[in-house]
Design a protein around this ligand. Structure first.
Ligand SMILES: NC(=O)N[C@@H](CC(=O)O)C(=O)O
Ligand SMILES: [Zn+2]
Ligand SMILES: [Zn+2]
Length: 433
């Protein structure tokens, strides 16, 4: 199976280049490469070629809530969004806290055949925050779990978090923390600030996130463990990370920001539409600006979607009872282009860094986020930088339709995605194997 990509701009730079892909690898780079018999040609005139995206934070709702997303539909959304690898969070039903469940998720990902699905293992049994899960058994399983998280919940007990980090050191795995001090967010519905006060919504203070991140950074320092901070949402968390990086050499801490926290703020809440309800909540415009800066400077390493499908009956309700979370896989690139590229904060090389290279490094994936060079794995995405499209939740590949970008026209369109040299998505259609 060979594919010839013609006239692509690698990282959006330099002269148009042809790229031949065979047996899962880039085998030739040049100009005027001849089309061979049976070769699929991707005309990439004016298109940008990047390494395939890696999402460290995806909620596929299988097992348990296949009415909102399955591993197959989530994989389709991922491939259409330019992703070649996703990390499926453990807050399923049953929870991914055992080798049996993570192996099941991994196998279902292989069957869907559109993107590498890496299950995230739970840190604690049942996400209950009481007792460590069998991290070693999950790491040693066929799924080879490398990232552990109780996401949806914070590992708030400091002693348990310390033990998890110590254990993670021995296994050489990452602990990804959903930083939320639960005692400060009881009943919280929205960012604690003037908007929530005016609308009568219970506030989620910035300090609930920042205090846990500060604590965890210190625990990571003392244990030497790899800590990853999920969905950074405040300017203060960015400052804590900046402080940690500059004052603690050798610290192994990484962080992600979601597309929605890079583009949206709590001024959207005045409609009381729960499509805007998410955890952590949309913050203020000044936080958005600080998060963009921190991502551009590398204080925040990468973008992760926190793709969180929910059924209409759990979203189209009064604000207080609606589930938090929003779709993200198919809109992530466009939101990053809008928030980071159009604003001049990142060029396409920067996009490759925050959406592919850094996440692949954080999760120790050897074959993703690699340079666009001969001999490298052909995990690739072709992007039309000039195209725009209008988001329609009903047209996305996910079963759920809870996108906050409904009706918005966004820049940047994924034209094709290749996983180990095989075209998994092209012109809005997926191609399962
Ligand atoms: N982000 C959300 O608002 N919701 C996530 C859980 C989480 O990421 O904390 C979900 O699983 O729905
Ligand atoms: Zn979370
Ligand atoms: Zn999440």
């Amino acid at each position: 199976m060979t594919v010839l990509i013609t006239g692509a701009l690698l990282y959006g730079e330099g002269d148009p280049t042809d790229v031949r892909v065979r047996d899962g690898e880039i085998v030739e780079l040049g100009t005027g490469l001849a089309v061979r018999d049976g070769e699929e040609v991707l005309d990439a005139t004016g298109l940008v070629l990047l390494p395939g995206f890696v999402d460290l934070h995806t909620h596929l709702r299988e097992p348990g809530r296949e009415d909102t997303e399955t591993i197959a539909t989530g994989s389709a959304a991922a491939a259409l969004g330019g992703y070649t690898a996703v990390f499926a969070m453990a807050n399923t039903d049953p929870v991914a806290d055992s080798a049996v469940v993570v192996e099941h998720v991994h196998r279902r990902g292989l069957e869907a055949g559109l993107v590498d699905v890496h299950p995230v293992g739970a840190v604690t049994v049942g996400l209950r925050g009481e007792q460590l899960a069998e991290m070693g058994a999950m790491a040693a399983s066929a799924a080879g779990v490398r990232v552990f998280s109780d996401d949806g919940h914070c590992v708030s007990d400091p002693l348990l978090m310390r033990r998890a980090l110590e254990y993670a050191t021995a296994l050489d795995v990452v602990v990804a923390q959903h930083a939320e001090e639960p005692r400060l967010t009881v009943g919280a519905e929205a960012h604690e600030g003037p908007t929530a006060a005016r609308l009568g919504l219970t506030g989620w203070p910035r300090a609930a996130e920042e205090a846990v991140v500060a604590r965890d950074v210190l625990l990571a320092r003392d244990s030497g463990a790899r800590l990853h901070v999920c969905h950074v949402s405040t300017a203060g968390t960015a400052e804590v990370l900046r402080w940690a990086r500059t004052t603690m050499p050798g610290l192994r801490v990484s962080a992600e920001v979601t597309p929605h926290h890079l583009l949206l703020d709590d001024s959207r809440l005045h409609t009381y539409d729960p499509v805007n309800k998410v955890n952590p909540p949309l913050r203020e415009a000044a936080d958005v600006a600080a998060l963009r800066r921190a991502l551009a400077e590398g204080v925040i390493d990468c973008v992760a979607t926190d793709h969180a499908p929910h059924a209409p009956q759990e979203k189209d309700t009064e604000f207080a009872v609606a589930r938090p979370g929003m779709l993200g896989l198919q809109t992530a690139l466009s939101v990053v282009v809008e928030a980071m590229v159009r604003t001049g904060l990142l060029d396409w090389r920067g996009v490759a860094r925050v959406m592919s290279e850094r996440p692949a490094q954080i999760a120790s994936l050897p074959d993703h986020g690699r340079p666009l060079e001969v001999g490298e794995p052909a995990n690739l995405v072709l992007v039309d930088p000039d195209a725009t499209w209008t988001v329609r939740g009903a047209e996305l590949a996910s079963i759920a339709a809870n996108t906050p970008y409904e009706g918005m026209t966004l820049p940047g369109r994924v034209v094709a995605t290749l996983l180990r040299g095989r075209v998994t998505a092209r012109d809005g259609e997926v191609r399962p194997c």
